[in-house]
Design a protein around this ligand. Structure first.
Ligand code: GUN
Length: 294
């Protein structure tokens, strides 16, 4: 069994991005600028956004954080999105999800200019991804594809089972793995809460990607010997072992599943850091107008 070191691969990507940023600055070009909208003060969202902002600083990006109270209105958020859409200094921005109930998430996402949607959540970017057109690919799925590539995982003809059909991870992941590209060509099974006899599917997975957000859901009896296992879960559970009073738990029962795998991602330090590196990569592409030329 070998661990997939997402932290290391993420740092390598960030170094490449930092180098590109230095080159842009030397050429007198503008500093890439990522903005983030954060509504409320959910602990998980606070942590993720703080990591994104910190990563921006590390690679030399400019960053802006716009905070809104939990009980803000949809109108106020739409106005903020409109301002960012029209701010020529902002290359890309994200609205951290989930949003509070009174706000229609789809309406907010659809109001983001596709050319600034570095999360790749806008229907235009999702559609372009499906059609193999230049687009921003959602950060976590792209990060996973990159990890598999870095660890030279053969995907062609393999059976990839994805658990979870979220718009952010499971759905785009299943599409990327099935694509007719050198990083895809898998036969994909997308499992979800209504799947019958889940184990019968997971047991035949050469590559198992778990993104359901249920701590330690996947046990050793569900995994084939030699499988490549990717754990997207990051549920915060209370813990007396850490200073913060919580720790992150993945969807995989790591201790019993890991010995059966050829490769496995840990939590933390697996997929999480890749999500941030992918977002930075999308923002750099936005700054360089690589996806939507001006
Ligand atoms: N919430 C959980 N993951 C993400 C993400 O990748 N982007 C945004 N905007 N919100 C999230």
């Amino acid at each position: 069994m070998q661990l997939i070191d997402g932290k290391k691969i993420s740092l390598e990507l960030q170094e490449e991005i930092a180098l590109e940023v230095r080159k842009l600055k030397e050429q007198g070009k503008k500093t890439p600028h990522l903005a983030a909208i954060l509504v409320g003060s959910d602990g998980g969202s606070e942590t993720y956004v703080a990591s994104k902002i910190k990563a921006c600083e590390k690679v030399g990006f400019k960053s802006t954080l716009l905070r809104f109270p939990q009980y803000t209105t949809e109108e106020k958020l739409l106005h903020a999105v409109h301002e960012l859409n029209n701010d020529p200094d902002v290359d890309g921005f994200i609205v951290q999800l989930p949003l509070p109930r009174q706000i229609n998430e789809h309406k907010i996402i659809e109001s983001i200019l596709p050319s600034k949607d570095v999360d790749g959540f806008h229907p235009i970017n999702v559609g372009r991804m499906v059609l193999n057109l230049p687009c921003y690919v959602s950060a976590t799925p792209w990060g996973i594809v990159h990890l598999l590539h870095q660890y030279k995982v053969e995907t062609s003809g393999k059976h990839c089972v994805v658990i979870g059909r979220s718009h952010i991870v499971g759905s785009p992941m299943s599409i990327l793995m099935a694509k007719n590209t050198h990083l895809g060509n898998c036969t994909v099974t997308l499992c979800h809460s209504k799947t019958k006899d889940l184990k019968s599917h997971t047991l035949s997975a050469d590559i198992l990607i778990c993104a359901l957000g249920s701590p330690e859901f996947v046990t050793a009896d569900m995994v084939k010997e030699g499988a490549v296992v990717i754990d997207v879960g990051t549920t915060r559970v209370e813990s007396t072992e850490t200073k913060s009073g919580y720790k992150l738990k993945g969807d995989i029962k790591f201790d019993e599943v890991a010995p059966k795998c050829s490769l496995i991602t840990p939590v933390p330090g697996g997929v999480g850091p890749m999500t941030i590196a992918s977002l930075l990569r999308n923002t750099l592409m936005a700054a360089k107008k690589e996806v939507y030329p001006a």
